[in-house]
Design a protein around this ligand. Structure first.
Ligand code: PLP
Length: 420
């Protein structure tokens, strides 16, 4: 957040960028954000991201820095680590990863050797790019092998997982997802990993806030070795990554983040993460997280009432995936564009074993964290489901889309964004 004086100065120094900022703010206010990985950061986070902490170099860790002048940076990083440990019941926390991708890279590079085998979820079944996509550098450095979901019910098939693990002997089993709409019992993963002597890592980037609020299961409670999460998705913090691990891996993880992978941490981000972990421990955040889940269930139910086909037939978390080909006879890219025209921001999504290419996949992914942060509830989810179904049935009809866009704007105008 900036004062009006600061904004006037920006407008004078660089009006093009100032106008783009105003445009983006207006877009975020008027549109409805349904991408499950996006959210509105807490206003305190926006304040700290634009603060003097951005000026400071703090290579090293609290009490062991390379440069002087670390009184306040040591204080915020210690608070951030202690709060993260308490929030997630972890033995050790590293708050320096610049974002989710370097966070996962730091774990792989810190605990394994290049060429080692990592067992992770198939990308089309909900895994993330950083779980060894062939186009990623990690996919070239490590030998990633895959498990899939059960085609009959969309859940993880643990017999299949065990068979792949026995055959491939991974050194690390990774679970976690970007587009899997279910929860799982982490003890099932742990059992398989223990059988083959592998380490366990849960990448809970999407649901970190829901785990912090204790409305979804915490993998660390099931004895996982490492848990990683972004801080900017359901947690509503700054863009960044957080690594939590058992004490026995603390030195390896810290050395892997710095000096292994990164230089100076972004201390404005660390300060914002510290306040995020404090806010996420409050009762109000638990209410928020419960509503995120209730809204996802309500949105799923309202869509299914309109004969919309959802991957796995529903949701246990904050996200859902529509099979747009089966439901509306259009691919996910066409669906995403149609919803953009009525003010709903979503993203096209591959579905399990998708026959269609990633830029024209068969699905569309939706989530409720951002809409819930605006204060929306059950009634609004029903209205959103109606707009989605009408927009995707309209097949591009301009008059219908204009009327639907007006409905979206009427809805968003009643729910202002905190801090915008
Ligand atoms: C978003 C996400 C990441 C990567 O985060 P970035 O900050 O975009 O690099 C990693 N893993 C999972 C499961 C994610 O959903």
């Amino acid at each position: 957040m900036t004062t009006s004086q600061e904004r006037a100065r920006l407008a004078q120094s660089d009006n093009e960028i100032f106008l783009a900022l105003k445009g983006e703010e207006a877009r975020q206010r008027a549109g409805l954000e349904l991408i499950p990985s996006e959210n509105y950061a807490f206003p305190e986070v926006l304040t700290l991201l634009g603060s003097a902490f951005t000026n400071k170099y703090s290579e090293g860790y609290p009490g062991r820095r390379y440069y002087g002048g670390q009184d306040y940076t040591d204080r915020i990083e210690t608070l951030a680590r202690d709060r993260a440990k308490a929030l997630f019941r972890a033995e050790h926390a590293n708050v320096q990863p610049l974002s989710g991708s370097p966070m996962n890279q730091a774990v792989y590079l810190g605990l394994l050797e290049p060429g080692d085998t990592i067992l992770a979820m198939d990308l089309s079944h909900g895994g993330h790019l950083t779980h060894g996509a062939p186009v990623s550098h990690m996919g070239r450095l490590f030998n990633f092998v895959r498990y899939k979901t059960d085609p009959t019910n969309g859940a993880i098939d643990f017999d299949h997982l065990r068979a792949v693990a026995r055959e491939t002997k991974p050194r690390l089993v990774v679970c976690g997802y970007s587009s899997y709409p279910r929860d799982y019992d982490y003890a099932d993963f742990k059992r398989v990993a223990d059988e083959v002597g592998a380490l366990t890592m849960a990448d809970v980037s999407h649901i970190g806030g829901l785990i912090a609020a204790n409305v979804m299961r915490n993998p660390l409670d099931a004895g996982f070795d490492v848990m990683t999460t972004t801080t900017h998705k359901s947690l509503r913090g700054p863009r960044g990554g957080l690594i939590l691990c058992k004490a026995e891996f603390a030195r390896k993880i810290d050395a892997s983040v710095f000096p292994g992978l990164q230089g100076g941490p972004h201390m404005n981000q660390v300060a914002a993460a510290a306040v995020t972990f404090r806010l996420a421990a409050m009762p109000a955040f638990r209410d928020y997280a419960e509503q995120v889940l209730a809204n996802a269930k309500a949105l799923a139910a309202a869509l299914m009432e309109r004969q919309v086909k959802l991957v796995t037939g529903g949701t246990d978390n904050h996200l859902l995936v529509i099979d747009t080909v089966a439901s509306f006879g259009i691919d996910g890219a066409v669906a995403q564009e149609a919803l953009d025209r009525v003010g709903l921001t979503t993203n096209k999504q591959v579905i399990p074993d998708d026959p269609n290419p990633p830029m024209r996949p068969s699905g569309l992914r939706l989530g409720t964290p951002a809409a819930t942060a605006r204060g929306m509830g059950h009634k609004e989810m029903a209205e959103i489901a109606e707009i989605i179904a009408a927009a995707l049935n309209a097949k591009g009809d301009a008059a219908t889309e204009t009327a639907l866009a007006a409905r979206t704007h009427k809805l968003t105008s009643r729910f202002p964004v905190d801090g915008l």
